[in-house]
Design a protein around this ligand. Structure first.
Ligand SMILES: [Zn+2]
Length: 726
């Protein structure tokens, strides 16, 4: 049968038709299957893998064209739930990320501008953390405005300070209060000792310097201008040069003295007062040359006492104690009394003892009284225009930090955040140790000591646990007794004395927290005693939110935790050991290498072309903050790297951005600021580098940034040479 014949046979034709149909069907299915391949969900590679992918570096893609990995998800997947955070917290976050950025700027050219370029179009506060402080003050104000009385002693004290401060904004009350306050101040001055400027019959043979010092302590001040006695963080009770010396004597100081004397019925001699004030200013200038030195060594108290035999220091310290507990406190404080190894005490040629001997007695007596007055003025604010503008809720927070913290935590704070941040601090520590272990240049001994320092680093997340106990704070307030008729001067004086007594308890009994530590603010700090504090302001929205994707919280909170921890390893930090004692623990050869690494940052900042200040910045002043920034971002990235980013949610408006890029965008948020209004001279005194450098300078040192944004080699954010520390 010919082929033609075969086709002619209807049965064969049917079979052929069926076979062809089946083939066509199969082909269609195969083609369909093949077409399905590209719509498979893109597999997100682990971050570590993405970082080492070499072909991406050689072929940088334009910024406007996202890489395949971040391609918009195809429409066929619309039925799948969007992996995007849509909580109220995330909406606020998205709002900031979207509004602060300038999408017209290439992140590889200027990431600060790309992430923060439009910040000033949306915000009035200089930075997000300053805005948070204003909000905290407002919350405290709302609490204080409620006309309530409560069982809580500390709350009632807050209310009284606030009401008295606000009351002074009324002219009549102000005038009446000033009259009383001037009388009170004059009475207090007389309690200190005979005042040459006010006493025509002043007799220099009757001057008793130690008696005057004791009387100043009774009034609540242990800062005498000549020197001061203060609790340190470690905690020790330290005799040191004045730490809080104001740069200038109040401009109208002479007038104030006049007013006080006249309001107390005296007729002062203008020329005598002028001469006395001049002597005061001269001595003040001499003393201001002996600046407090944060890195000075501590020496035994007995060594200092031998240097200044004229002063009865132990007696003065005893006077600082709660009189009812003196017996217990004296023995506990003794081993904790130290002195600042400082030229003010130990210089051969000129020191405090020689100064006390060579200064005329009249000048000395006037000095102690003038100094007390000048500082009391701060609380008194003799000008009604100053007091009318005064932010009384801020004053309450400053003078009663712990009580204010308690109110904020009780009424506004999500306590669950404490646990999350505490865990983050532990993760930070772990990653920090890993970074040290991986260091290619740090010797084994130095590594061991550095790790020990980290392991022993103390931490306070939010507030000490002891404060959780009901009534714990009120118990502390038992010794602060305010009366309804107290003036603002009287109140602030009593609080000063209260803090002094609490300070002694802090040193002697190691009670939690230095009483004057400003704990209700948006801040975090590392202190010399190898201790990290992270305050509640930073643990509250929008700076932290439990519903943020984890990488966002690492970018924000994680970076701050890592930055503060890194201060333990900046150029001052490496001079102290795990207990906060000044002791060198880094081997000399490692120290040399460390010096080179940190110098790299100094050079980088010196040559940095800042958009506002140009190439005029000084990296020496900002060194320690840059070191903390640099180590900090490295450690925080290590924490971030451990996340499985495929499980992380995106942010509204950034659904197509990969997680690495979002991480850096979030990290930049805390540095977004208004254009600086400071002069170059002012800027050069600051310890923090400019916000622009903290983003562009520091992030450009991270190869991970260049990889995330596919920055061409040699572009500003992917430079050929980089700085790194460990
Ligand atoms: Zn810092």
């Amino acid at each position: 049968m010919s082929a033609k014949d075969k086709l002619a046979n209807p049965l064969i034709a049917l079979v052929v038709f069926l076979v062809l149909t089946i083939i066509a069907l199969l082909a269609t299915i195969i083609i369909m299957k093949l077409n399905e391949k590209p719509v498979e969900p893109p597999r997100v590679a682990p971050i570590a893998q993405k970082l080492v992918a070499p072909e991406k570096k050689s072929r940088p893609e334009p910024v406007t064209n996202p890489v395949t990995m971040t391609r918009p998800e195809p429409v066929t997947q619309a039925s799948k739930p969007r992996n995007v955070c849509e909580t109220p917290g995330c909406v606020t976050l998205a709002d900031q990320l979207l509004n602060f950025q300038d999408p017209s700027v290439d992140p590889c050219q200027d990431f600060y501008k790309a992430a923060c370029g439009k910040y000033s179009e949306h915000e009035v506060a200089n930075r997000r953390l300053q805005k948070k402080d204003i909000i905290i003050q407002r919350m405290i104000k709302n609490f204080l405005l409620k006309n309530e009385t409560s069982e809580s002693k500390s709350e009632n004290v807050m209310r009284q300070v606030y009401r008295t401060c606000e009351g002074l904004k009324n002219e009549e009350i102000f005038n009446a209060n000033m009259k009383t306050a001037f009388r009170e101040l004059f009475k207090d001055i007389q309690k200190i000792g005979s005042w040459p400027a006010a006493d025509k019959n002043w007799d220099e043979t009757k001057l008793n310097l130690n008696e005057m010092l004791l009387n100043i302590v009774k009034l609540g001040s242990s800062n005498f201008g000549l020197f001061q006695i203060r609790p340190t963080e470690v905690p020790f009770l330290e005799v040191a040069p004045d730490m809080a010396r104001s740069p200038k004597v109040s401009a109208n100081f002479q007038q104030i003295i006049f007013d006080i004397l006249e309001k107390n019925g005296l007729q002062p001699d203008e020329n005598v007062i002028a001469d006395d004030v001049e002597d005061y200013i001269t001595l003040e200038e001499t003393l201001s040359q002996y600046a407090y030195d944060y890195n000075a060594e501590k020496v035994q108290f007995s060594k200092l006492q031998a240097q200044v035999p004229s002063l009865k220091l132990e007696k003065i310290i005893e006077e600082m104690m709660n009189p009812n507990r003196k017996k217990l406190l004296v023995t506990k404080v003794k081993p904790r009394m130290v002195a600042h190894k400082h030229s003010l005490f130990f210089d051969e040629k000129m020191n405090l003892e020689k100064l006390l001997k060579s200064t005329p007695k009249r000048t000395l007596a006037n000095y102690l009284i003038f100094y007390y007055m000048d500082h009391a003025m701060n609380g008194l604010s003799v000008h009604d225009n100053v007091i009318k503008k005064r932010n009384c809720e801020k004053l309450v927070i400053e003078y009663l930090p712990k009580a204010s913290l308690r109110v904020f935590v009780r009424n506004h704070f999500e306590k669950g955040n404490l646990k999350i941040v505490d865990e983050m601090a532990e993760e930070t520590k772990k990653s920090f140790i890993e970074m040290l272990q991986e260091s290619t240049w740090l010797g084994a001994d130095s590594k061991k000591n550095a790790i020990l320092k980290l392991e022993k680093m103390g931490k306070m997340i939010g507030y000490p646990k002891e404060f959780e106990k009901k009534g714990a704070l009120d118990k502390m307030f038992e010794t602060l007794k305010l009366l309804p008729k107290d003036t603002l001067y009287g109140i602030l004086k009593k609080i000063g004395r209260f803090h002094m007594e609490q300070g002694i308890e802090f040193v002697a009994l190691e009670t939690p927290m230095d009483p004057v530590l400003p704990v209700l603010m948006t801040n975090a700090f590392y202190t010399d005693r190898n201790h990290l504090s992270f305050l509640v302001g930073y643990m509250d929205d929008p700076l932290f939110d439990a519903t943020y994707p984890k990488y966002v919280n690492i970018a924000l909170t994680g970076n701050i935790l890592a930055h503060e921890t890194s201060h333990g390893f900046d150029t001052a930090g490496i001079k102290r050991d795990e207990n906060g004692e000044v002791r060198s623990w880094m081997k000399p050869e490692d120290l040399k290498e460390y010096g080179k690494k940190t110098q790299c940052l100094v050079d980088q900042y010196n040559e940095y072309d800042d958009p506002v200040f140009g190439k005029n910045l000084n990296g020496t002043t900002t060194l320690n903050e840059m070191v903390a920034d640099m180590i900090g971002v490295t450690v925080a990235w290590k924490v971030f790297e451990k996340l499985d980013s495929s499980k992380e949610q995106k942010v509204i408006g950034f659904e197509n951005e990969n997680i690495d890029k979002l991480y850096f965008r979030a990290a930049a948020l805390d540095f977004c600021s208004l254009p600086p209004t400071t002069s170059l001279v002012e800027e050069l005194t600051r310890v923090h580098p400019t916000g622009n450098f903290r983003v562009n300078g520091i992030f450009s040192n991270m190869p991970q940034f260049a990889t995330a944004f596919n920055c061409p080699e040699g572009s500003p954010m992917n430079p050929k040479t980089r700085c790194s520390i460990f």
